[in-house]
Design a protein around this ligand. Structure first.
Ligand code: GLN
Ligand code: ZN
Length: 779
């Protein structure tokens, strides 16, 4: 008999119950008891939804983050929270978000733990903190209680832990010490934990070691050997879980570590299944992740069985089947989607449906395909419908792609020549000021959008409301004296969904939420077919905004790479191809804006860096097609049209050449918090085009002073020639309030003016002064 299991279930709740419970608790409008009770209720519901499996995951539920849970289980709390009042949950939220809940006077603020992306997903975890003196101690209460809960409900509980090596790998040694030196004192705590679990009657424990899909040096490989040789004496069976990518050079290591079972992501590493069979010791279980835990499509069950049956013949009951990774990364339940186009909906599977697929596959293996004939037939019908649907295949898009010319991604002239022509059209001062696009999303804006969606506001009234907001935004910017204006993005709920809603080839779910971090969720639009643009998407708003002012109005678009990386995308063609289609659609919008007289167009690529593969050796290939897609979207414009791009980070050291290759006339980036240190990349590599290093940290309620902004810009001047610098915030302003934005931007404009004056004084001071190179914009 084949064994079925799951690596993790989404915990946020089909209706985002956990989000709302957390936020109410943090606000102080609900009690800790209510929060904990909701947690227990969700776990119970989720185990019930997994009841058909032979093993259900336990410990995958978390009130904030599973890595933070692991830190608490291992007694690894940052010293700064240890002596504060309150209970363990207060401390937990202090590390998570810098504050406990506002009760019993415990609202002491501390620095929150750093957050970073979980491998190549859009989930963010709290980075464990270490130093040379870190000690670990077992705090198994949470996990043991959940094991008991699951058992009381009659489930076969398989606790899920982050393995010791991955745990160290994920963390940060704040004092620069060697993290791996901690392994020796970490292992006894893992041993104690496994022993306690054994006492609870636990048979299998899932040890997540996704570090195995990354490039590891010999020390890390050695650490894995050491760890699992050490843990093998524990009286539980370990299922070593890897996911998200291929094992490659770590295949042999993963296959031969002394554990009872190995889980392989057979969606991303199908080609490693057979090599693994060859080296797996004869007692070892092989768990295969055959249902994609990262995407929303139905599995082709027959095609899967075609290759899985021979594996089953070989392994017999040593074969387990599961989703490829934790289902944390997909929405909960498709049956809650009532507005999705029924045809497209029939091609999809969310977490609950994916587990049903696992069940059907196992039954087919155990009893033969005839035992699940109806399920297989239905599945086949959906797979065939999707493959052949005219909704997926658009010959016009395919023809456009085939006819793409090499020159599509090339500007007419090099930047140096474009600069002169753009200066003539734009007539901007040195240190031109601008913003990144969005302005505060007020309650009224959100209400108008919601009412329009619900049909309570007709198109005309909605348009009036948005135009009013745009006008307000333009007038505010004029009053502030900004040089390049924006329309404010009032009409956009989300920078990706907004375009997904308007492009053909996209579907938008109603409640396809996926946890991003803590209580925050995202609802990625679903790209199912060839992408095309039926009509202009932004022209109406941007054209109106430009009509209100003689100042240049920036057209605002989301770039193809960001659209791709923040959507669920089709799995029936390479991502690079899908990205090209997006690029062609956005290109049409760019050209429409240009034709309408918009002189500056910004194409945001906030998620370009996120798409980097886990292994550095694969970066170049990704960057090649990603940069090319951006170029296709942007670079067909005339020399006079200025292209901006924006990225919400500035860790560019390792990809700076690709960023330069994009050939945007101006790039705005995040740098204010790092005191411009992140501009180093631009020093070592002579970045040729204009740069706007952010001077206003929009993530903070603090309002930067004029002096602080001037100082930041002066630091930037040390690295970047004055005539190539712009003055702007770190990112969009939509999460801030108008009362914060106005003084902050006022200071920013004043700082730019003062910098200009100083430049003028210097140039008047004659040859001793630094000769400014102001040919571009004039002073
Ligand atoms: N133009 C977008 C805005 O201003 C950019 C957002 C982002 O980079 N995340 O909101
Ligand atoms: Zn940004």
């Amino acid at each position: 008999m084949v064994t079925t299991h799951n690596l993790g279930f989404p915990r946020i709740g089909a209706k985002r119950e956990l989000k709302f419970a957390l936020e109410a608790y943090w606000k102080g409008t609900s009690s800790q008891e209510a929060l904990l009770a909701l947690g227990a209720q969700l776990r119970e519901r989720h185990w019930a939804q997994q009841a058909d499996l032979d093993w259900v995951p336990v410990g995958d539920f978390s009130l904030y983050d599973q890595v933070l849970d692991m830190s608490f289980t291992l007694g690894n709390l940052p010293a700064r929270v240890r002596d504060l009042g309150g209970d363990e949950l207060d401390n937990y939220f202090r590390v998570a978000r810098g504050r406990s809940a506002p009760r019993q006077g415990n609202a002491v603020g501390v620095q929150a733990g750093e957050m970073t992306k979980w491998f190549n997903t859009n989930y963010h975890y709290i980075v464990p903190e270490f130093d040379a003196d870190t000690v670990f101690s077992l705090n198994a209460g949470r996990l043991l209680a959940q094991v008991q809960e699951a058992k009381a409900l009659g489930g076969s509980a398989k606790p899920v832990l982050i393995g010791p090596v991955t745990y160290l790998w994920l963390g940060k040694a704040l004092d620069g010490s060697e993290k791996l030196d901690l392994l020796e004192c970490l292992l006894p705590v893992y041993r104690a934990l496994l022993n306690r679990l054994a006492e609870e009657g636990v048979e299998w424990v899932q040890m997540d070691e996704p570090v195995l899909v990354t490039e590891m040096d010999s020390q890390w490989r050695h650490a894995l050997n050491l760890a699992y040789h050490d843990l093998k004496s524990c009286p539980v069976k370990l299922l070593l879980a890897t996911y998200f990518d291929r094992l490659q050079e770590n295949l042999h290591l993963a296959g031969t570590l002394p554990v009872a079972g190995l889980h392989l992501d057979a969606i991303n590493a199908r080609d490693e299944v057979f090599p693994l069979l060859g080296l797996l010791p004869s007692h070892k279980v092989l768990s295969l992740g055959v249902v994609d835990g990262r995407n929303v499509w139905k599995t082709d069950l027959n095609a899967t069985l075609d290759w899985l049956e021979p594996v089953h013949d070989q392994l017999g009951k040593r074969l387990w089947v599961a989703p490829s990774c934790s289902l944390l990364h997909v929405p909960v339940d498709l049956s809650n989607e009532h507005r999705l186009d029924p045809e497209v909906r029939d091609w999809m599977a969310f977490a609950v449906q994916k587990l049903e697929e696992v069940r059907v596959l196992a039954k087919a293996l155990n009893e033969g395909r005839h035992a699940v004939r109806d399920e297989l037939d239905d599945n086949q019908a959906a797979i065939t419908a999707r493959r052949t649907s005219p909704r997926v295949n658009n010959p016009r898009v395919k023809a456009a792609l085939a006819g793409m010319d090499e020159r599509l991604g090339r500007r007419q002239s090099p930047h140096a020549q474009r600069v002169v022509k753009q200066a003539a059209v734009l007539d901007l001062p040195v240190f031109p000021t601008t913003t990144i696009g969005s302005f505060p999303q007020t309650a009224e804006i959100r209400q108008a959008r919601a009412q329009f969606k619900r049909g309570e506001l007709d198109a005309e009234a909605y348009k009036r409301a948005m135009r009013l907001e745009i006008e307000r935004c333009v007038r505010e910017q004029e009053a502030l004296g900004l040089d390049v204006l924006v329309h404010g993005e009032a009409e956009r709920n989300d920078m990706v969904e907004y375009f997904g809603e308007q492009l053909h080839g996209y579907a938008i779910s109603q409640s396809g939420w996926v946890q991003s971090y803590g209580s925050r969720c995202v609802k990625p639009p679903i790209l199912f077919g060839d992408v095309s643009r039926p009509r202009a998407m932004t022209l109406e708003w941007i054209g109106y905004a430009q009509s209100l002012t003689p100042k240049p109005m920036k057209g605002m678009l989301t770039g193809p790479v960001t659209m791709l990386n923040w959507s669920f995308v089709r799995d029936d063609q390479p991502r690079s191809l899908t990205c090209r289609q997006l690029a062609l659609a956005i290109r049409e919008e760019v050209l429409d804006l240009e034709k309408a007289g918009i002189r500056i167009i910004q194409i945001d690529e906030a998620a370009l860096r996120e798409g980097l593969p886990l292994r550095k050796s694969e970066w170049a290939a990704y960057l090649d097609w990603a940069v090319e897609a951006f170029r296709v979207s942007a670079n067909s414009v005339r020399d006079e049209t200025q292209i901006h791009t924006h990225m919400c980070y500035s860790e560019f050291n390792d990809i700076i050449e690709s960023i330069a290759d994009m050939d945007a006339d101006v790039i705005t980036i995040e740098t204010s918090r790092s005191n411009m240190e992140l501009l180093e990349a631009f020093e070592d590599f002579k970045y040729p085009n204009d740069i706007g290093p952010g001077v206003y940290d929009i993530h903070s309620p603090n309002i930067p002073t004029q002096e602080a902004i001037e100082q930041l810009m002066q630091r930037a001047q040390q690295r970047i020639p004055t005539d190539r610098l712009w003055v702007n915030p770190d990112c969009g302003l939509k999460t801030r309030q108008w009362y914060e934005v106005i003084p902050a931007l006022r200071n920013m404009v004043a700082a730019a003016r003062s910098l200009r004056e100083r430049l003028l004084e210097k140039s008047l001071a004659g040859p001793a002064g630094v000769a400014p190179n102001c040919s571009q914009y004039g002073v």
